[in-house]
Design a protein around this ligand. Structure first.
Ligand SMILES: *Cc1c(COP(=O)(O)O)cnc(C)c1O
Length: 237
């Protein structure tokens, strides 16, 4: 069940306080970290709660689910941005390109080509993040680190795509301590990969989408600009 607007507001404030503390420790300005509400599996009212509290973007992990919710909410919250954070199959490229403001899970050259064609045909420039499996987790999607340069090169060659930066999900460890250590290493790795790619290709790649309910502090410490939070805002799925 979704929280009341009051309860939701308190939860957002609590997350913002965690972000602010992490920023303070890292010497960062909290205004440089966007809080994205992850509304996947929750009813469309979750997006209305987020917009009502002034959040600017929501994350969905399935194309059809996100598109349906957006259609239901669009009139009520026209300025809200919808972003895809879940794995995307190339046969859903058109639907994804038409229904999301940004795709954070672009992880193959094949997908880049399909998305570029879909965006070009609808006369759009589609914003994307490249998902990198920076924690080398066999259970996670995302391009392998060694494939990142070729993936970026392919995306930069497409005028219908705009590459805003990189996204990753940290692996889970066997213990909380191991999970925390893996998160730190994964987020530091993504930051390094971004810095290397930015220098090599002469592009800033400003966005680093990393950190969720359980690991937003190490993500902010490593330079995250977008934390994707579901559980702490809407409850367990
Ligand atoms: C579900 C999901 C989240 C949110 O995770 P929580 O632990 O619920 O905050 C963030 N990112 C991605 C890619 C997800 O699939």
């Amino acid at each position: 069940m979704l929280p009341s607007a009051e309860e939701f507001s308190a939860r957002v404030d609590a997350i913002r306080a965690r972000i602010a503390t992490a920023c303070q420790q890292a010497g960062r300005d909290p205004a440089t970290v966007e809080l994205m509400a992850v509304t996947k599996t929750h009813p469309p009212e979750a997006a209305l709660l987020a917009a009502g509290k002034g959040l600017r973007s929501v994350g969905e992990n399935r194309v059809q689910e996100g598109a349906s919710k957006r259609a239901l909410c669009a009139a009520a919250v026209p300025g809200l941005r919808w972003e895809l954070i879940g794995h995307l199959q190339s046969n859903k490229s058109r639907l994804a390109a038409e229904n999301f403001d940004r795709l954070q899970s672009v992880d193959s050259v094949k997908l880049v080509r399909h998305l570029a064609r879909a965006a070009a045909e609808s006369n759009r420039v589609l914003a994307v993040l490249l998902q990198i499996n920076a924690g080398h987790d066999p259970a996670k999607f995302g391009a392998e680190t060694t494939d990142a340069p070729a993936l970026l090169e392919a995306a930069l060659a497409e005028p219908a795509l705009r590459v805003d930066g990189l996204m990753t999900i940290a692996p889970l460890g066997a213990t909380p301590e191991e999970t925390a250590e893996l998160a730190r290493r994964t987020f530091d790795a993504l930051r390094t990969i971004r810095d290397d790619l930015a220098a090599r290709f002469g592009r800033p790649l400003p966005e680093l989408s990393m950190g969720m309910t359980g690991d937003l502090e190490p993500a902010v410490a490593a330079g995250s600009t977008i934390v994707r939070v579901g559980t702490a805002l809407f409850g367990a799925r």
